[in-house]
Design a protein around this ligand. Structure first.
Ligand code: OOG
Ligand code: MG
Length: 254
């Protein structure tokens, strides 16, 4: 296990890459990190963000679909943290200059209606969800050329950079809904079934991760279940995610 000091130093490297909008080499070039080490770096990264006033707003899962696993060459789920600084209002502008090499992906978001104790053996996260919505996630790996190991991407807070959530709707079955991502002239199609068979399975996976990784789950938190398709480069223009029966959410990149 790396020391707290090393975790803090590696978090500083990733944080500086983000704030200075410049990429950084894979940590694996210089450090041998375990998955536990990587989550310690992620925690130190979040601590830096909260120390400068950012407020945690929820959690995100990554690599919950085959398309994403294949795209990034990674085959196990990861969990990262969202803050208010990453939030983009539905329909609002996002400045591409804030990012290194952003990509966007279509997602489904859940909202937690109450605090959940991940260590409660009877906890059922799906029971605690009070709303669902279509969502867009902007990912922006801090690593050069978006190339990373599993431990790298965990340390880098799972490439989290931005997210937009459409209008919240009452809870419903979101198991197999068509998903369309449109960006300029291009269009990607998928289904929510690509997310671990059904997004509700992402909630089960999240509860397990939260238990193992000490991730808090609080009332009002947004949970991003993971992308339903591969990510596409975010370039100027309007990007929309439409989930059949849930509606749409968009961002305008400038
Ligand atoms: C890591 C983030 C993966 C998802 O939805 O699968 C992710 C990355 O691809 O850079 O957010
Ligand atoms: Mg994602």
């Amino acid at each position: 296990m790396i020391t707290q000091e090393t975790a803090g130093a590696l978090a500083a490297v990733l944080d500086d890459a983000q704030t200075s909008v410049s990429d950084t080499p894979s940590l694996a070039d210089t450090h041998t990190l375990t998955v536990d080490d990587a989550y310690a770096v992620q925690a130190a990264l979040l601590a830096r963000r909260t120390a400068r006033g950012e407020r945690p707003t929820g959690v995100k899962l990554g690599f919950t679909s085959e398309a994403k696993m294949a795209q990034m060459g990674v085959s196990e789920i990861i969990v990262g943290r969202l803050t208010d600084a990453m939030r983009v209002v539905d329909g609002a502008e996002v400045e591409l200059a804030r990012f290194i090499h952003p990509k966007v992906e279509p997602e489904v978001a859940f909202r937690l209606g109450r605090d959940v104790d991940p260590h409660d053996p009877d906890a059922d996260l799906a029971d605690c969800v009070d709303a669902v919505a279509p969502a867009l996630e902007i990912i922006d790996s801090r690593y050069r050329d978006f190339r990373f190991t599993y431990e790298d991407v965990v340390a880098d807070n799972t490439s989290a950079a931005g997210y937009a959530v459409g209008p919240w709707l009452p809870v419903r079955d979101v198991s197999d809904l068509a998903v369309h991502l449109t960006h300029g002239g291009s269009r990607a199609e998928g289904t929510t079934a690509a997310i671990l068979g059904a997004p509700v399975n992402a909630l089960r996976a999240l509860l397990d991760m939260a238990r193992r990784r000490d991730v808090p789950l609080r009332a009002g938190d947004t949970v991003l279940a993971g992308a339903a398709t591969a990510a596409v480069a975010l370039t100027p223009g309007v990007t929309t995610c439409e989930v059949a029966g849930l509606g749409r959410v968009s961002v305008r990149s400038v």
